[in-house]
Design a protein around this ligand. Structure first.
Ligand code: SF4
Ligand code: F3S
Ligand code: FES
Length: 252
């Protein structure tokens, strides 16, 4: 059962506006199965057409309608009014530069993505490639990502050190490539040393908000951290480096 109307507070701020912004309040008639996105669109279509909001599929597939609903990062189209309550506040994702009202600038994510070293297969492999089912399944989980960036929005490391950590969405991209059995590049050490993975203290908030239920921390972040530690502190490599250093000093 639901009440007949819902009080919807929508964040308003123009592009480049200096003020901290405000919330405009609307009374929206509730219909069966109505989502938060439906309610916002009701306001845009019937009350105030100047509100900026981004959406495409209305089916939790495109990731465009990501926002903070009553302070929790969610997809607006996947969040039913019935599950939230009679008063709903919708804010844009706070981890990204603001554009207008509920719209943020996500272009920085595509720049980060471009800088992740691409897949480089072993040379001389005969086609077709034979890959074990379990290796396919691991990478497939990460490919479910719809690039909503809710995991980035909730991450306290991004909120506090956005320029130092590339963030969970991009770690799963790198992990999917690192876990490919035919790939020859290692991305883990650079993730730890240059891309801020060492700042992640595995709070798991990212995997809690992921609408695709990707186990970001368990299946990508922790394995990438372990892989990097193994590489950085491999006893055989450390011994080799030590012997090399001794050899150099002895030949002086
Ligand atoms: Fe969204 Fe999940 Fe992809 Fe993060 S990993 S961008 S939360 S779908
Ligand atoms: Fe951030 Fe997820 Fe790590 S929320 S701190 S990336 S476990
Ligand atoms: Fe596509 Fe919500 S509109 S995910």
């Amino acid at each position: 059962m639901h009440s007949d109307t819902v009080k919807l507070k929508i964040f308003r701020k123009d592009h480049g506006e200096k003020s901290p912004g405000r919330h405009d309040e609307f009374e929206v008639p509730v219909t069966e199965g109505m989502s938060v996105l439906d309610a916002v669109n009701y306001v845009v279509e019937n009350i105030d057409s100047t509100i900026s909001v981004r959406w495409n599929c209305k089916a939790a597939h495109c990731g465009s309608c990501a926002a903070e609903i009553n302070n929790y990062p969610r997809l607006m189209c996947k969040t039913r009014i019935d599950d939230i309550g009679a008063e709903i506040t919708v804010n844009p994702m706070g981890a990204f530069p603001h554009v207008k009202d509920l719209v943020t600038d996500l272009s920085g994510n595509f720049e980060i993505d471009r800088n992740i070293p691409e897949f480089k297969p072993k040379k001389g492999i005969e086609l077709p490639w034979n890959i074990k089912e379990q290796d396919v399944t691991r990478a497939q989980e990460f490919r479910k990502c719809i690039e909503c960036f809710l995991c980035m929005d909730v991450c306290h490391v991004i909120r506090n050190h956005s320029s130092k950590y590339i963030g969970p969405r991009h770690i799963i991209k790198a992990a999917a490539l690192d876990m490919h059995p035919l790939d020859t590049v290692d991305r883990s050490v650079s993730l730890m040393n240059d891309k801020g993975l060492s700042l992640c203290n595995v709070t798991k908030c990212c995997q809690e908000v992921c609408p695709e239920h990707i186990k970001i921390t368990d299946n990508a972040i922790i394995p990438e951290k372990e892989r990097a530690i193994d590489k950085m502190y491999d006893p055989a490599l450390m011994l080799f480096d030590k012997l090399k250093a001794i050899g150099k000093s002895g030949s002086r």
